[in-house]
Design a protein around this ligand. Structure first.
Ligand SMILES: Nc1ncnc2c1ncn2[C@@H]1O[C@H](COP(=O)(O)OP(=O)(O)OP(=O)(O)O)[C@@H](O)[C@H]1O
Ligand SMILES: [Mg+2]
Length: 260
């Protein structure tokens, strides 16, 4: 399992009052999945994403990333994880306005100890991957919203993350650019990148292979899933077992009658 949240709780303090925001959240994501997280404003989506992205810590619970419980990691270990394993995409692109697309994309690499030449090459390749090789020397203000978001996605890709975390990546885009960005996520997922994406747009969520619904800090999809699993179990218990010709079955491997 790529990531697993077990019984995650997150409380915030409002003055002296404890405000529970995430309540017993259990989520697992396998490598290669494409998961959308949907839910009303204030339901805890960003809070959950920040925990998945190691930008914030849960109040209680366990978080396994690649089967390692990282809840007690210190800041250095967490930033290392963010650098190597996770790529972030935000609604507002978060590009530096004075820098070209290429330099924006190359920026995370400077923390990873690459030479300038290597950085620029890797950044160029990432921009090519998102279809912007003709725009490498443009500054954000010279790019459309959709192009800026693709630059941000290229920036998220430069360290070859296993997981891309996107918080409302199409929230600031018109529907056409939104679709282009979604196509790009789809392509990246096909290439093997795990995508976890927050949206409150059902059309956008329909691009994902799996949708988690969060209401008031609780994952509803898991309830749904458990119900389905229970149903399936019941059905398989109820299903009549084949009674005759048992010897024809391949089930028992230690069977003694392997006649040829
Ligand atoms: N740093 C914080 N301190 C106190 N309360 C917070 C903090 N961050 C979030 N909250 C509260 O936690 C709840 C969930 O917030 P969160 O940002 O996770 O919601 P969301 O589902 O992402 O909403 P939106 O769709 O509007 O982005 C809200 O009630 C919010 O006020
Ligand atoms: Mg949010």
């Amino acid at each position: 399992m790529l990531l697993r949240l077990n019984n995650i709780y997150k409380d915030y303090m409002r003055g002296k009052i404890v405000v529970p925001v995430l309540k017993d959240v259990n989520v697992s994501v396998e490598e290669g999945e494409y998961v959308a997280i949907m839910g009303p404003s204030g339901s805890g989506k960003t809070t959950l994403m920040n925990i998945i992205g190691c930008l914030d810590r849960p109040t209680k619970g366990e978080y396994y990333l690649e089967d390692i419980n990282i809840v007690n990691y210190d800041e250095n270990q967490l930033s290392d994880l963010r650098l190597k394993t996770l790529g972030f995409v935000f609604q507002s692109f978060n590009l530096l306005s004075q820098m070209t697309a290429l330099d924006n994309v190359a920026l995370p690499l400077s923390y990873a100890g690459y030479h300038v030449r290597q950085r620029r090459q890797i950044a160029y390749n990432a921009l090519k991957r998102v279809g912007l090789e003709e725009r490498v020397n443009f500054k954000p203000s010279q790019l459309s919203g959709g192009q800026q978001q693709r630059v941000a996605i290229a920036r998220a890709l430069v360290n070859n993350p296993k997981i891309i975390l996107a918080d409302e990546p199409t929230g600031a885009l018109d529907s056409h650019s939104g679709i282009q960005v979604m196509e790009l996520f789809h392509q990246l997922n096909e290439e093997g990148v795990t995508v976890v994406m927050i949206t409150h747009d059902a059309n956008i969520a329909s691009h994902a292979k799996r949708v988690l619904h969060i209401f008031d800090g609780e994952i509803a999809e898991d309830v749904e899933r458990k119900r389905k699993e229970a149903e399936q179990n019941e059905q398989s218990v109820e299903a009549p077992l084949p009674e005759k010709e048992e010897s024809g079955s391949d089930i028992g491997t230690e069977g003694e009658d392997n006649k040829e």
